[in-house]
Design a protein around this ligand. Structure first.
Ligand SMILES: Cc1cc2nc3c(=O)[nH]c(=O)nc-3n(C[C@H](O)[C@H](O)[C@H](O)COP(=O)(O)O)c2cc1C
Length: 220
């Protein structure tokens, strides 16, 4: 089996959020899809360890912000590689509380949708949350949605273990040049394949996936 084939499945990238005006949280998901048109129902796959799963269960509603191709790596780093168990992830972001009162992140997004939770399907490691569309709003018409393919190829983004699409890499043979790994998101900087060696990158260089500084990388 060539597991690389799975990289050819097309996905978008989204921030799925839940909560209310007092408290809330959100995570990055690539697994958002429409199931039916009448009524308009959508599903999101959420790891049971994601803090956001507790909010969706409690508040029985969630929002989906559709990320722009120009989304900042800091935004993806905040929602995709940090957990709301440790920090308030919504702090400092522009939030809209819509018809369901759940928070929807507006930063780096081209549109957002709100859903009332209708079903929860236990999938072992993940829960499939199904919601009926309550509202949808455009935020801009001038930017393209961020696809998973663009995130991986152009932004050189990686995917953490909690994502359903995570693929465990086999260890290859010994390499000639040094390889570095981001301590926050796991982004790999491989001197064997990059034009500029890690050591020669400017000090203000930041991780292309999660936006942290060069000092957050360790040699592996
Ligand atoms: C590109 C990308 C795609 C992801 N897709 C999913 C997903 O579809 N489902 C999921 O449960 N986690 C996914 N994740 C992982 C969560 O966003 C991540 O575990 C997050 O830190 C959980 O935050 P929370 O604990 O505050 O809810 C993805 C992360 C990235 C970077």
């Amino acid at each position: 089996m060539n597991i690389e084939a799975l990289y050819n499945i097309s996905y978008g990238l989204y921030i799925v959020s839940s909560g209310n005006k007092e408290t809330g949280n959100g995570y990055i998901a690539n697994t958002v899809f429409q199931i039916t048109s009448e009524p308009q129902k959508f599903a999101v796959s959420c790891n049971k360890n994601n803090f956001t799963s507790e909010f969706i269960k409690k508040y029985k509603a969630f929002s989906v912000s559709i990320l722009s191709q120009n989304a900042k790596s800091e935004t993806i780093g905040n929602f995709g590689f940090k957990s709301g168990k440790k920090i308030n992830k919504l702090n400092g972001f522009d939030i809209k509380y819509g018809k369901t009162n759940v928070p929807a992140v507006l930063n780096d997004s081209i549109a957002y949708m709100e859903f009332k939770l209708t079903d929860e399907i236990d999938m072992g490691t993940h829960i499939l949350f199904v919601g009926e569309l309550i509202d949808a709003q455009m935020l801009t018409n001038s930017e393209e949605p961020l696809t998973y393919d663009y995130y991986r190829k152009a932004k050189k983004g990686v995917t953490p273990k909690n994502a359903p699409s995570y693929i465990k890499k086999e260890k290859k043979g010994k390499s000639e040049e040094k390889i570095y790994k981001c301590n926050v998101c796991g982004h790999i900087y491989d001197n064997n394949t990059e034009k500029i060696k890690f050591e020669d990158l400017p000090e203000d260089w930041t991780c292309p996936t999660c936006g942290v500084s060069k000092s957050e990388f360790s040699e592996i």
